[in-house]
Design a protein around this ligand. Structure first.
Ligand SMILES: Nc1ncnc2c1ncn2[C@@H]1O[C@H](COP(=O)(O)OP(=O)(O)OP(=O)(O)O)[C@@H](O)[C@H]1O
Length: 282
C-alpha cells in the first residue's frame, strides 16, 4: 500500500496534472570509470515504469560502477541518464537533489546506523527531506516497517536483529519517501537461500502493490530467474554490455556463449520460470 494513497501522511505531493511517462529511465551512451580509467562504455538501455531490471555479470565487470554513476555518486565521462524524461546527469546540483528525493537506495550492508533504533533509522530521510511533524513521521515509519514485515521491531537496534531483518529494515528506509525508483546493490549478499527468496518475494510484492521501478545489481541466478523482468549483462573484457532482455529468453536464444554460460550455470539444473522450462523441453 502506498502511503500517498492512504491515510498515512505522504512525504510528497506530486502535481496531479503531471504527464505520466511510461519510461522510467533512459541510459544513453554512458561511459563510466574512475580517475581517467574507463570501466564500461557505450551503455544504452531503457527501463519501463514498474519494471524489475537487473544489472548482472561476473565479478569486476562494472555492475556497481554503473549503479553509482546512474545515481550521481560519480559523474559519467560521457553520455547521460534521463529519469522520467528529465536529464539527471547534466542537471544542476539543486535539481539533482530533487531527483534524489524520488530514489531509494539500498546498499549491500543495508547501511543502518548502529546507534539508532529501526524507528530512528527509517525516520532519517523523512527528517532530512520532508516537513512532516514527529507524530506524522512515526506514522509513516510504522507503516514502512509494516510493509517489510517488521511491525513491533521499532525500538530494536540493528545489532539485535538478523541479517535478513536488517535488509528489510534498510528497504523500509529506502521506501520512506515513497520513491519512484529503488536501486539495490546485491540485496541477497550474505543471506541464506530461504531468506534471500523471502526478500525477492517482498521486492516483487512492493513492485506489484506500489508500481515502484526496481534496479537491482546481482549475480544471484535464483533471484534473476525469480523476479527479473529484464536484465542487462555486462562483461569485463568487453568493457560494456553484451546482452539485454528477459533472462529465460536470453539463456536459450542468445548467440553469445558468454551470456548462455552465465545464465545456464544453475538455471538448467533449477529452472524456475515456466517459459524457461517449456523452451528447454521443446
Ligand atoms: N571507487 C573506485 N575507484 C577506482 N576503481 C574502482 C572503484 N570502484 C570500483 N573500481 C574498479 O572498477 C571495476 C569494476 O568494479 P565494480 O565494483 O563496479 O564491479 P562489480 O561488477 O560490481 O563487481 P562485484 O560483483 O565483484 O561487486 C573494478 O576494476 C574495480 O576495481
Amino acid at each position: 500500500m502506498n502511503t500517498s494513497a492512504s491515510n498515512v501522511p505522504s512525504p510528497h505531493n506530486p502535481a496531479a496534472s503531471a504527464p505520466v511517462a511510461q519510461t522510467a529511465i533512459n541510459v544513453e551512451n554512458l561511459r563510466c570509470g574512475y580517475d581517467g580509467r574507463t570501466v564500461i562504455e557505450n551503455i544504452n538501455f531503457t527501463v519501463g515504469r514498474g519494471e524489475i531490471f537487473f544489472i548482472v555479470g561476473g565479478s569486476g565487470c562494472g555492475k556497481s560502477t554503473l549503479l553509482k554513476h546512474m545515481i550521481g555518486l560519480h559523474q559519467p565521462t560521457a553520455g547521460r541518464v534521463v529519469y522520467f524524461g528529465e536529464d539527471f546527469t547534466n542537471a544542476s546540483l539543486a535539481r539533482r537533489r530533487e531527483h534524489l528525493k524520488t530514489f531509494g537506495v539500498l546498499y549491500q550492508s543495508a547501511a543502518l546506523w548502529s546507534s539508532l533504533t529501526l524507528r530512528e533509522n527509517v525516520a532519517l530521510p523523512l527528517e532530512e527531506y520532508t516537513t512532516l511533524t514527529k507524530q506524522e513521521r512515526d506514522i509513516v515509519v510504522a507503516h514502512k516497517l509494516a510493509q517489510v514485515d517488521l511491525s513491533g521491531f521499532e525500538d530494536y537496534y540493528p545489532s539485535e536483529i538478523s541479517g535478513g531483518m536488517k535488509k528489510r529494515a534498510g528497504l523500509a528506509r529506502a521506501l520512506a519517501l515513497d520513491p519512484k525508483i529503488v536501486f539495490f546493490d546485491e540485496p541477497s549478499a550474505g543471506l541464506d537461500p530461504v531468506t534471500s527468496r523471502n526478500l525477492d518475494n517482498l521486492l516483487l510484492s512492493i513492485r506489484d502493490s506500489l508500481g515502484t521501478t526496481l534496479i537491482i545489481v546481482s549475480h544471484e541466478l535464483a533471484s534473476i530467474y525469480g523476479i527479473a523482468d529484464r536484465i542487462l549483462m555486462l562483461d569485463r573484457e568487453a568493457r560494456g554490455a553484451i546482452a539485454e532482455g528477459p533472462p529465460a529468453q536470453l539463456a536459450v536464444s542468445s548467440t553469445d556463449t558468454r551470456v548462455r554460460d552465465f545464465l545456464q550455470r544453475g538455471a538448467l539444473a533449477r529452472p524456475q520460470r515456466d517459459e524457461f522450462r517449456v523452451k528447454n523441453e521443446n
